[in-house]
Design a protein around this ligand. Sequence first.
Ligand SMILES: [Zn+2]
Ligand SMILES: [Zn+2]
Length: 122
Amino acid sequence: MSARECLNCGETPSSLKQNGIVLCGIEEGYEYRELAYEFPRHRWVDWKDAELAKAGIRPEAFDKHRRTPMMHLQWVGCDDTVRGHIAAKPEDVGLFADREGQCILCGRAPVAASGNSVEGGE
Ligand SMILES: [Zn+2]
Ligand SMILES: [Zn+2]
């Protein structure tokens, strides 16, 4: 039987039991662990369409991310998100990208011009 991981904290029922974990949360820290995120309850079932949509996933990629942990959903590839790539503006160059038009999130460069630039209309 396949051990299902909690989509929030990434633990399985057996690892929770083994480690005596009750809370659903993400721990961080080196010298001592502290809870960085806490969820109301463990999440065992697949994400629903509406939840994936809320997380910004494109419908075409829903099936790919049914079991993607919460913490990773916000970092999925630009291609899987409704948002898509975010092209660097001139002021982003040097900070988030090497050149204008390069995606400031995944660094893929340069993003094909979509035709309509969203520059200020002033
Ligand atoms: Zn959990
Ligand atoms: Zn990108």
